[in-house]
Design a protein around this ligand. Structure first.
Ligand code: HEC
Ligand code: HEC
Length: 175
């Protein structure tokens, strides 16, 4: 019995060790694709049924904070609740999600050091990203009318930071 438990524990350990290889597809792909992130990035994408073409039709950028108020989002600057096209969207595979993220940041024109700094800043401090991570702020996932987005990034901020750092350390490769 003891030997079986030890073997199982070793198997589990080696799986975790292998999983920590810093590839975008290992942990980050699934997390980037939670609805808490993509529903906003899809907002102006008609082929992804973006909300701007659905129940948010006709709502101007000036109107967002009338409903997504500070006491709903918890943002220091409520106007940071906004959407724009041209980001990674739902329906992309791991390589596409990763490449689109880099394109949005104009990676082609930046050194690795600058990319890392900007990615850390965005992924660890941007209020919209923190809103999409379960438990990162007391109001993460909160929507107007007492609604809540259920599909947020699970595991909390420390695990998210660890997994992003692994990807950065391995050269931000899109595989
Ligand atoms: C309220 C809408 C909204 C939510 C929620 C949101 N984003 Fe974004 N995201 C944006 C907007 C708008 C931009 C582009 C403007 C900017 O970066 O300030 C952006 C840009 C990005 C970029 C490109 C980097 C950059 O600075 O342009 C990445 C990467 C990103 N978001 C990841 C995420 C992840 C991961 C989540 C979920 C944890 C998420 N976003 C949740 C709206 C959102
Ligand atoms: C009249 C109030 C109102 C306005 C104005 C408004 N929203 Fe919303 N928004 C809501 C409500 C309520 C929800 C909750 C889901 C639903 O009922 O559609 C929501 C949901 C969302 C979601 C989906 C979040 C999720 O995880 O399901 C996004 C993204 C969003 N709004 C972005 C925006 C943006 C960007 C603007 C401005 C262009 C905006 N909203 C303007 C009321 C509003």
């Amino acid at each position: 019995m003891f030997r079986l438990v030890t073997t199982l524990a070793l198997c589990a350990w080696s799986t975790i060790a292998l999983a920590g290889d810093g590839a975008f597809s290992t942990h980050l792909f699934a997390k980037f694709q939670t609805k808490g992130c993509t529903i906003c990035h899809d907002f102006f994408e008609p082929q992804r049924n973006g909300l701007a073409f659905g129940n948010h039709k006709g709502r101007s950028p000036e109107m967002c904070t009338a409903c997504h108020r500070k006491d709903v989002t918890g943002f220091d600057h409520p106007e940071e609740w906004f959407a724009q096209p041209g980001l990674y969207t739902s329906g992309m595979d791991a390589v596409q999600t990763c490449e689109a993220t880099k394109t949005a940041l104009h990676a082609k024109f930046k050194s690795t050091a600058l990319m890392k700094r900007q990615l850390r800043k965005h992924l660890f401090e941007d209020p919209r990203v923190l809103w999409g991570i379960e438990g990162a702020t007391p109001l993460s996932g909160m929507l107007p009318n007492g609604k809540l987005e259920p599909d947020l990034i699970k595991g909390g901020l420390p695990l998210w930071k660890k997994q992003v750092e692994e990807w950065l350390e391995h050269g931000m490769q899109c595989r």
